[in-house]
Design a protein around this ligand. Structure first.
Ligand code: ADP
Ligand code: MG
Ligand code: MG
Ligand code: MG
Ligand code: MG
Length: 632
């Protein structure tokens, strides 16, 4: 989260009254910004990763692992260095939704040199060590997409109790104390999303059908204080969750790229879109929810439902009366339209947008594709507004625009340059799940960055209809998707054939075929990256590092190595205490997390997940000689 405005949050009633105000000024702010920045040129490639972490407290006598709610204390100390000398820190730390979460990014974005790929993992390791130094004994920082027992009995340290009748979430399972307490934004969003929706959020994820799971899996929530609404919202044979924390309390891995100008940013936004479900499937790391094994491998649909603020009217369950639009997706979901001219003909899902806003944008010189993108984001209400921020100078401020923009949590984000800064037009790649080791996370980051280089230099075209990307998003989350699913993908990505028949342009491939190639039919993304690299001057260490990363990606794609989700499942289902009932007990959870920590600390190896190489030849900084050699 770039902008965390401080101040006093308004109630939902007050915020709701000001929704049109926020939208009206947000659009004007965008228009002013656009006029100022549309011709901005010559920014260089810069990019950076964001890794989210959880804090886990182990009790080796009781054999429990719980979420430690001390992130705020740790963050205060982590931020001291930045506050003193913001330009010379190696890492930046930000709060996240959970009182047990931290988000870390490199101190400065990386640049266009290939040698930067050799620094990524070292920086991730540095961050892990930096935060780890501040922890209590037996507290461990972990990069785990989902804590298996989040929302199960007794999952926090110190112990907390959910409050179904008061507070922000009103959850039967997730206590407000597990929401980050240091900034009002998180609780405000939680409360306002629930109040806007006029009921708690409802998340239903299919249970994993193991042999001892009852034929009818149906939980009784009366003892938890259910007033009847939860038993009504919970579906039979599904794991039911009722709070924003189940989704926003998951961790992810994000990447931001700066483009040289707005056109290139639009191209990158579009070209990376078909890769979102592919990378989601490859990075799948979240098979567990509320102490149960689920039948999905990814967090996406959980997080999407966890902030679904649409009313029944907007969801199409009632005729429209109070609300203006039927809305097909949650504000956390995959994107609905491409932004570049090349993408236009693949925009095949009906877009809901406000006609007046759309027209206002057109009248101010904004083209149709960008105008519909913005007008589509602006169908949402503000769900968090601070009294100090209501009245703004639309010529300079962009808070109202950011208010709507930053609560449209989509697979891709198109980021305009922030006011008064040297930062250019950027796009953010947001689908990936975080992996347990820095090696894996660095591999995903470097592979994705390399893909952007290949896409731009070879002018690749990966576009397929948005409706097909949506289908791929559903497939990507299925159990074992890498091995069993097929994904729509373009077969000819290297030549830009002009055809009117877009249907003949794509077909179904396995992830293995997309990443590694299919003889005579599709070159494969990794072979394309390799042919790009073959034409570049790259020092030996960087070359070796990149090859280790590409090998990991290739082996995950081919099934030779397990995905994180598949490995996690295997660990739980082969645990001696596991009763084939899809339940993750305190002990199973403890043993699993201990094992993960041993792998991350290199105390034990895990070749089925990582292969033989578990780290790269990573360095803290680029050697001067290498930087110089690469520049010329
Ligand atoms: P948000 O949470 O809104 O996505 P953050 O500030 O947490 O934003 O993360 C921004 C990411 O963008 C970080 O990885 C950072 O290194 C990277 N970044 C910072 N400046 C630039 C830039 N000029 N171009 C590209 N990436 C940048
Ligand atoms: Mg961030
Ligand atoms: Mg963020
Ligand atoms: Mg984050
Ligand atoms: Mg981000």
């Amino acid at each position: 989260m770039g902008l965390l405005s401080e101040g006093s949050p308004l109630s939902w009633e007050e915020t709701k009254k000001l929704s049109d105000h926020v939208r009206k000024h947000g659009v004007i702010q965008f228009i002013n910004m656009y006029k100022r920045l549309r011709d901005r040129q010559g920014d260089v490639l810069k990019w950076g990763d964001e890794v989210e972490y959880i804090l886990v407290k182990f009790d080796d006598d009781a054999k429990t692992a719980k979420l430690s709610l001390r992130a705020m204390d740790i963050l205060k100390i982590l931020n001291e260095k930045e506050n003193e000398d913001p330009d010379n820190v190696k890492s930046l730390w930000r709060p996240e939704y959970g009182a047990y979460m931290l988000e870390g990014t490199p101190g400065k974005p990386y640049g266009g040199l290939l040698a930067h790929f050799n620094v990524v993992e070292a920086n991730m390791r540095y961050r892990r060590q930096e935060a780890t130094k501040l922890l209590h004994p037996n507290e461990i920082l972990m990069s785990l997409t989902v804590f298996p027992r989040v929302g199960a009995p007794d999952f926090t340290d110190p112990p907390t109790h959910p409050t179904p009748n008061s507070g922000a979430s009103r959850s039967l399972f997730f206590p407000d104390e597990a929401i980050y307490p240091g900034h009002p934004r998180f609780k405000t969003l939680t409360r306002n999303i629930r109040e806007r929706r006029e009921e708690k959020v409802a998340i239903n994820i299919p249970i994993y059908r193991d042999e001892s799971v009852p034929l009818l899996f149906k939980e009784d929530f009366t003892s938890k204080g259910d007033d009847g609404s939860s038993s009504k919202a919970a579906k039979d044979n599904y794991i039911y969750m009722d709070a924003m924390g189940f989704g926003m309390g998951c961790c992810c891995l994000q990447l931001t790229f700066q483009a040289c100008n707005i056109e290139e940013a639009r191209t990158l936004y579009d070209q990376l879109t078909p890769l979102c479900p592919i990378m989601l499937a490859l990075t799948a790391a979240s098979p567990f929810y509320r102490g149960y094994i689920s039948d999905v491998d990814c967090r996406w649909s959980v997080i999407s439902s966890s902030v679904d603020c649409r009313t029944e009217e907007e969801r199409g369950l009632k005729p429209l009366k109070e609300n203006k639009f039927r809305i097909s997706k949650s504000r956390y979901d995959s994107i609905d339209s491409y932004l570049s001219k090349q993408g236009e003909k693949y925009n095949d899902v009906p877009l809901t947008y406000d006609d007046e806003i759309y027209k206002q944008l057109l009248d101010n010189g904004i083209d149709r594709l960008l105008a519909q993108h913005i007008a589509h984001l602006f169908i949402r209400d503000s769900v968090s507004l601070f009294s100090e921020k209501v009245h703004q100078n639309d010529l300079e401020d962009t808070d109202h625009f950011e208010n709507i923009q930053s609560t449209n949590w989509q697979t891709m984000r198109f980021k305009p340059p922030p006011p008064n800064s040297s930062i250019g037009w950027r796009v953010e790649f947001r689908p990936c799940e975080v992996q347990i080791t820095d090696f894996e996370n660095a591999a995903i980051v470097c592979f994705t960055v390399l893909l952007t280089r290949v896409i731009l230099s070879y002018k690749l075209n990966l576009l397929i209809p948005i409706s097909k990307v949506d289908q791929n998003m559903v497939r990507a989350q299925k159990r074992n998707a890498v091995k069993v699913e097929k994904f729509w993908f373009r077969h000819d990505i290297t030549s830009d054939i002009k055809s009117d028949n877009t249907q003949s342009e794509y077909t179904e491939f396995t992830i293995n075929e997309i990443i590694n190639g299919k003889n005579g039919i599709f070159p494969g993304l990794v072979p394309l990256v390799n042919s790009y690299l073959a034409n570049m001057n790259v020092d030996a260490d960087t070359h070796c590092t990149i090859q280790r990363y590409l090998k990991l990606i290739q082996k995950r794609a081919s099934g030779e190595l397990l995905t994180t989700a598949a490995w996690l499942r295997k660990e739980v289902t082969s645990h001696p205490e596991y009763k084939h009932d899809a339940v993750i007990t305190q002990r199973i959870n403890y043993d699993l997390l201990r094992k993960i920590h041993s792998i991350v600390s290199n105390d034990i190896s895990c070749p089925e997940l990582l292969g033989q190489c578990v780290s790269s030849k990573t360095t803290d900084t680029i050697p001067a000689a290498v930087a110089k050699a690469e520049k010329c």
